[in-house]
Design a binder for this molecule. Structure first.
Ligand SMILES: Cc1cc2ncn([C@H]3O[C@H](COP(=O)(O)O)[C@@H](O)[C@H]3O)c2cc1C
Ligand SMILES: O=C(O)c1cccnc1
Length: 348
């Protein structure tokens, strides 16, 4: 709890002076005013986050949190639970979807076992297991409040280790068979939606099973009565270890002035928790894409994030975040590589 409290105490508002300076430079660059659209706003946001007029995001990492879910027993996903364990070392080997995009973006991928159902024996996997998967939220709380805080603190610690080594752009990613169910539950509770409005097919559930998936979430909510005004209560009752870990990563990034790129539906559920814990976190978040998962747009809208692109992607892992790294870095190149009208000797 100490680590969490200390981290929350370090989160401040964006640096207005840096933002004003960067906005002024962006407005005077040799282009029609506003012609680089939201890339201009992104540059200003990066200045506010990093407290630098010329922000740099040249040292990138996607932190992937891997965990299993007790609610798997309710047949909410078509894939065997063992896929989480099979995939986890694959992130260390560099062969998953996010790894391909991270390689292209020049980013590292860090994989953390925060709660996989079996032991993962691979030297490249960070061992931070809280437990061998959550409990079945349809029968009781997914985890204790202490475990939820532990998940947040693991996310903080892993992010801080990365920031200490010089990382200046973080993406959130996850692996966890069944995790679109707790994600939809979080969105339903925090946004007061009926679960059916926000459940999707996840990693390929048959469309005729969506009613069942929504019913499982309804049961979990009525069984546990998560309090939407207490995000840690929501995380513990209907969340997941990897969701808590990603929320913690977002809190740490905000505390240390590092921009954090949010991936798809599951990362957005984590962002909803992080923003409810500390609303100032929102300004440090950079959305990437709009997940094709049914609740994807609703989840982003809940915290007012406007995605950069919509490619019908629904993989998770941090894949959309890694692709978005290129756009985020483009904003920094605009500020430092383009000249102003004045520097060009032109007075219009
Ligand atoms: C081979 C494979 C690789 C994945 N990589 C990410 N996910 C994605 O699918 C899972 C969530 O979907 P659901 O809730 O329907 O189980 C998570 O692991 C998510 O990261 C994958 C899923 C599979 C099958
Ligand atoms: O958008 C996501 O994060 C997502 C959607 C479906 C399945 N896995 C991940």
């Amino acid at each position: 709890m100490e680590k969490l409290k200390q981290t929350l105490g370090m989160i401040s508002a964006l640096d207005q002076e840096a933002m004003t300076k960067t906005r002024s430079r962006v407005d005077s660059l040799i282009k029609p005013p506003g012609s680089l659209g939201r890339l201009e706003d992104l540059a200003v946001q990066l200045a506010g986050i990093t407290k630098k007029t010329y922000p740099s995001v040249d040292n990138k990492v996607v932190i992937v949190m891997s965990a299993d879910h007790g609610v798997y027993q309710e047949k909410v996903t078509p894939n065997p639970q063992v896929v989480t364990a099979i995939q986890t070392p694959n992130f260390a080997k560099g062969v998953t979807g996010v790894c391909a995009f991270a390689k292209q973006a020049g980013a590292e991928v860090i994989i953390v076992d925060i709660g996989v159902a079996v032991d993962i024996d691979h030297p490249g996997v960070l061992q931070r297991k809280i437990r061998y998967g959550t409990s079945n939220m349809a029968e009781g709380p997914a985890m204790s409040r202490e475990e939820a805080i532990r998940a947040l603190e693991i996310g903080i610690e892993v992010a801080e280790e990365q920031i200490k080594t010089g990382k200046n752009l973080i993406g959130t990613g996850e692996m966890g068979i069944g995790n679109t169910t707790p994600s939809a539950a979080i969105v339903a509770v925090m946004g007061n939606y009926d679960p059916f409005e926000v459940v999707g097919i996840g990693a390929g559930l048959a469309a005729d099973q969506l009613d069942h998936k929504a019913n499982v979430i309804r049961k979990a909510i009525s069984q546990n009565q998560p309090n939407p005004h207490d995000p840690i209560d929501v995380l513990s009752k209907v969340g997941g270890f990897e969701i808590g870990g990603m929320a913690g990563t977002m809190l740490a990034a905000a505390a240390h002035g590092v921009p954090v790129v949010v991936d798809g539906f599951i990362s957005t559920a984590a962002a909803i928790i992080a923003c409810a814990i500390e609303p100032k976190v929102k300004d440090y978040l950079i959305p990437s894409h709009c997940s094709a998962e049914k609740g994807g747009k609703t989840a982003l809208d809940l915290i007012g994030l406007q995605p950069m692109f919509d490619m019908g992607m629904r993989l998770g892992e941090g894949s959309g975040a890694a692709i978005a790294f290129n756009i985020v870095e483009a904003a920094t190149y605009m500020v430092k590589e383009m000249i102003t009208f004045e520097e060009a000797g032109i007075a219009l």
